[in-house]
Design a protein around this ligand. Structure first.
Ligand code: CA
Length: 224
């Protein structure tokens, strides 16, 4: 069965070529132009991925994303933002999107990000079902994670990142390896998304020192 995607974009000059490109990837694509329409589609249809513009008339992309996270935790969300400055502000809000792309974007980059997000449930790599390290427990089967007895509220990519770090706990993991394994095997371009996701994880773990920045290399989840 084809993966079904929802594109939420009010600018038709962006939406139309994007929808055509996604359809060429053998995906089933629906397009709506407002946050309101997106919410009503999401209530009816089970999507694998939502590509959503931040700036929409009426309910904006952040509000839609928050609602998706509250109602349907497993949908992947890729957010489109207008400028880099806006991107910084948006990721600071942690609306729960799994990745962000700044406009103007090349279709090739966007498609690579989409493929990366759709792969997240794929069984391409053998994965450790349950990791327990220090006070952190990650269960890939149920897609749940805990810090001591407290369950963590993680977006899909935050979960994947924590799971990967936990599988390599105590090791300094290279940025490129994390990007390849958690985002896409053919990743290129900015790895800022990684730093942002690490920042969120540190916050959610409640103990920033659990994840150490290894300068010029990557990150390490501490065994404690
Ligand atoms: Ca817009």
């Amino acid at each position: 069965m084809k993966d079904r995607l929802l594109v939420v974009e009010d600018d038709l000059a962006i939406a139309e070529p994007l929808v055509r490109a996604l359809e060429r990837e053998n995906l089933q694509v629906d397009h709506v132009a407002t946050g309101e329409a997106a919410l009503s589609r999401l209530a009816e249809v089970s999507y694998a991925l939502v590509v959503i513009d931040l700036g929409l008339p009426g309910i904006d992309g952040i509000a839609v994303c928050r609602s998706i996270r509250a109602e349907q935790g497993k949908v992947a969300v890729l957010m489109l933002t207008a400028r880099s400055a806006e991107l910084d502000e948006v990721i600071g809000l942690d609306a729960g999107a799994d990745d962000y792309v700044t406009k103007p974007f090349s279709l090739a980059v966007l498609l690579a990000r989409v493929r990366a997000l759709l792969r997240r449930d794929g069984a391409a790599e053998p994965q450790v079902a349950l990791s327990e390290v220090g006070g952190v427990t990650v269960d890939r089967r149920s897609h749940r994670a805990w810090r001591d007895d407290r369950e963590l509220d993680l977006s899909p990519k935050q979960f994947d990142l924590l799971a990967y770090l936990a599988e390599h706990a105590g090791e300094a993991v290279k940025r490129e390896d994390i990007m390849n394994r958690v985002w896409d095997a053919n990743w290129w371009g900015s790895t800022k998304t990684l730093d942002v996701h690490v920042g969120w994880l540190r916050q959610k773990l409640g103990e920033p020192s659990l994840i150490t920045t290894v300068r010029g290399h990557g990150y390490r989840l501490e065994l404690q």
